[in-house]
Each structure stands twice: as C-alpha cells, then as structure tokens.
Design a protein around this ligand. Structure first.
Ligand code: PHE
Length: 462
C-alpha cells in the first residue's frame, strides 16, 4: 500500500500546500482582531514566543508522525505511538469536521464581499453607504448565508476530489503566489498612508502593563489555530512527504510564512484604521467589524488605488480560506480512504455533504433562525456558530495538541523521532535534544495551562 500512496510532486509543492493550510481566516480575520483587542505590542511578542516554543516543535511532531507512517491521522498515531492513540486521531477528524462546518460560513462572506466590491469598483461606491447595515442584512439572510457557504463547500469538495497532487497541490500553487503578490501590493499601499507609523508602533512596541493572563493564553490558543495544529492536518500533509526530504526545514518555512503573513495583514489593517480620524474608537469589540464592516468602506474612501485593491483583497481572503478549507476536508476524507477503504471520490462527496448539514445550521445562526441563533450551551456563546467555534478552539485543538505532544515526546522512541527529523538532513540550528525538551516539557505545560484556565476560570479563546 505504501508504494501506492500519492505524494507531493516536490518539496516546494508540499511547503506551499501546508503553508496554504496554515494561512487562512486565522491570519486575516482572527489575528488582527485579537491583536487589537489585546493592545498590540506585548501580546504580539507573547504570540511570537508561543509560535516558536510551542507551535514549531508540535508542527515538527505532527509532520514526522505522518511521514514515518505514511498514514492519515488515526492510522498514523496508532502505528507511531500505540493502539490507544488512534482515538486522538479520531478526535482530530471530528475537530476537522466541526471547524470546516463553521469556517465555511465566514469563507462564504468573503465571496459576498468579493462580488460586492467588484460591483462597487465598476459601478461606484454609494455615497450614503451603511456598511453595518449591509453586514447585518447578510447575517440575517438565511438563504444568502446557506448559498454562499454552500458555494464555498462545493469549491472545497471540487479541489479535494482531484486528490493530493491534482487538486490540493495545484490549487496551492495557483493561490499562494497570488496571495503573496496581493498582500505585498496592499502592504506598499498601507505603508504609504499616514497612519502606518502609529500602526507599526502599536504592533511592535511592547507595553507589558497592558497585558493580562487571559491574553497569554489567548496567544497560545491562537498559535494552534493559525498553524493548523492539534487535529492531525499536519500529520496528513506529512504523510504525503517523500522520505528523503527535511521536515525541519519545511516546518521552519511554514511557520515563518504564516507568521509573516499574519503580521503583514495586521500592519495593513491598522495602517488604514489609524489613518482615519475617529476610526480607532469606532473599531469596537466585534471581530467581523474590522474585516467586513470598517475595511470595505475605507478601501473606497482612504486607500490609494482602493478600487483595484478592494476586490483584490477579498479575493485574497477567499483564496486563503480555500487553501485552509481543503486541508480541513482532507483530514476527514483521508480518514475514510485509509481507515474505511473508500474511494477518494466517494469519500469526498460523502464527507462534504455531511459537513454541509452543520454548515447549514451555522449559516442560519446569525439571526435567520431564532432558536439556532440564541441557544447557549457555553456561557456567553449564543448560537450554533459561536458554540462550534468555542468548542473547536477551546477544547478540540488544545486537547488534541496536548495528547499529540505527550504521545510523541514520551511514548515514541526518541530514536524514531531523531531518525525522522535528523536522518533526512537538518539545518545547523536544529538540535534534536532541544526539540525533545520542547515537546516533552514546554509544549505540554503551556497547553495544560490553557485547558486548566478554560476549565477553572472559564476563559474564552475562540
Ligand atoms: N490555520 C487555519 C487558519 O489560520 C485554520 C485551520 C485550523 C486549518 C486547523 C486547518 C486546521 O485560518
């Protein structure tokens, strides 16, 4: 079976696909918003430390489990660590299912704003624009919500249908370079704006008096989400990597690219916001606010070349979301292919359809259907969408990540992990001992801290 497994066509293709999974709404939607909410500087520094001390070692751990076994999450953990660890893989598959179901809703909004901005760019931006009203209208329109998220699910299914090489890698090769180019154009435009100095200050000048413990834990939780860790995505992507490639280099590149893009996105958004007088006060606590309410208008009113950059930006959001949704679907599909011996085509259609049932419910939970919008399972998290997001970010990913790092660190022979990480060549800065220390002690302690905080103090990291 091993020789029949599909592989990435090149190391570059693999790095693009995995980076595509990492870069997504987490970078463009969540990170700028939580940086804003936590007053920048010190929070960004803590986030960077979490990425390096926890994210990078776990990224390597997941990739090596996949590459060693050439299997998807469940089979890989079972074979590499032990039979009981298959359950951790199953937990991951379920997390992928849940995350994709609600992620597709926000991804659908990016399509809406892509069409909307194209329309404005060609036919003019309305003088009396009411962006809050526009978004509220979209949110409460059940038919529109379910159509947009359904369209996004169809796109995702279409890519995964064509497999690792013909679907996922090809899409990443097209989307990621486009994403980088659009991002750079936007960055240049943003840096030329008046508010950019203040934005850079806000993001990079740490002020520790602003930082509370909740922010530290939020930074850690987000490190998992943004790097696609804790649910087996990187195990599955690692399982398509050929034996002779260095995983350490790959993990390093993915982590650096993901972080750079998150920072650039934040610089772009904050430069725009700081340029408009009164805007910083208006950007309130709502995470949707920044991306879908403040920005569209600002593109047409303050950003140089905004008519071109606005649709380009929402195209970027959609592409970034797509390379993430395909990785989420692939975790579920590869489970059916490897564990249930299903054909890829059947597995993809079946998983896509089942996940869409949940997407449908999430799409209706922004006001279209009162009960779905209002019920509260977790305190303060009203509605189906918020419940799913809370469950995935607060429970599923940290718990999965904790079990994976404990399993790889303590229950896998260190000769095995060394062979995977160092055997195929590793860069000079890498030390297997330091990695093992991070995976055994630092990462579990940090993740345990999140879970304890969630359980005992009810902290919210979604
Ligand atoms: N990393 C993606 C993002 O930042 C989300 C994601 C999480 C994708 C988990 C796959 C697995 O948007």
């Amino acid at each position: 079976m091993k020789d029949r497994r599909e592989n990435w066509s090149s190391n570059f293709g693999f790095i693009l696909a995995a980076t595509g999974s990492a870069i997504g709404l987490g970078n463009l939607w969540k990170f700028p918003f939580i940086t804003w909410k936590n007053d920048g500087g010190a929070f960004v520094l803590i986030y960077l430390i979490c990425i390096i001390a926890v994210g990078l070692p776990i990224m390597m751990a997941e990739l090596l489990v996949g590459r060693k076994t050439q299997k998807s999450a469940v089979g890989a953990l079972r074979e590499a660590i032990g039979p009981a660890w298959g359950w951790v893989g199953t937990w991951g598959v379920m997390a992928g299912f849940v995350i994709l179901s609600y992620y597709a809703v926000v991804a659908g909004w990016s399509l809406f704003y892509l069409f909307q901005t194209l329309n404005w760019s060609f036919f003019g931006f309305p003088t009396q624009a009411n962006m809050g009203g526009l978004f509220a209208g979209l949110a409460a329109n059940g038919l529109l919500q379910t159509t947009l998220s359904g369209t996004f699910m169809l796109l995702t299914v279409a890519v995964v249908f064509f497999g690792v090489h013909g679907g996922i890698e090809r899409t990443a090769r097209l989307c990621l370079p486009a994403l980088f180019v659009i991002m750079l154009l936007l960055l240049f435009s943003a840096l030329s704006m008046e508010g950019s100095g203040e934005a850079l200050n806000f993001i990079f000048r740490p002020n520790f008096s602003e930082l509370d413990t909740a922010a530290i834990l939020e930074a850690l939780g987000h490190a998992f989400f943004t790097l696609s860790l804790g649910m087996g995505t990187m195990i599955v992507y690692g399982s398509y990597v050929a034996r002779e490639r260095s995983l350490v280099n790959a993990a390093g590149s993915i982590v650096i690219l993901d972080t750079v893009i998150a920072l650039i996105a934040t610089i772009i958004m904050f430069s725009v916001i700081f340029t408009v007088p009164g805007m910083p006060e208006q950007v309130d606590g709502s995470s949707v606010g920044m991306l879908f309410i403040s920005l569209p208008q600002l593109f047409y009113e303050v950003v140089p070349f905004g008519v071109v950059l606005a649709p380009a930006f929402y195209l970027l959001v959609a592409l970034a979301a797509l390379t993430s949704t395909i990785s989420l679907l692939e975790v579920v599909v590869s489970y059916f292919i490897d564990q249930r011996k299903m054909e890829r085509s059947r597995a993809t259609l079946l998983s896509g359809a089942c996940i869409y049932i949940f997407t449908f419910l999430s799409g209706l939970s922004f006001g279209a259907f009162p009960w779905l919008s209002n019920f509260e399972l977790f305190d303060g998290k009203a509605g189906f969408f918020a419940t799913m997001d809370h469950f995935a970010s607060n429970w599923a990913l940290p718990l999965g990540g904790l079990l994976i790092t404990l399993g790889v660190g303590w229950f896998m022979p260190s000769s095995d992990t060394e062979a995977e990480l160092v055997g195929s060549g590793s860069p000079g800065w890498f030390s297997h001992k330091a990695w093992l220390f991070a995976v055994r002690f630092i990462a579990p302690a940090a993740v345990a801290a999140i879970l304890i905080a969630v359980i005992f103090f009810g902290k919210d990291f979604s």
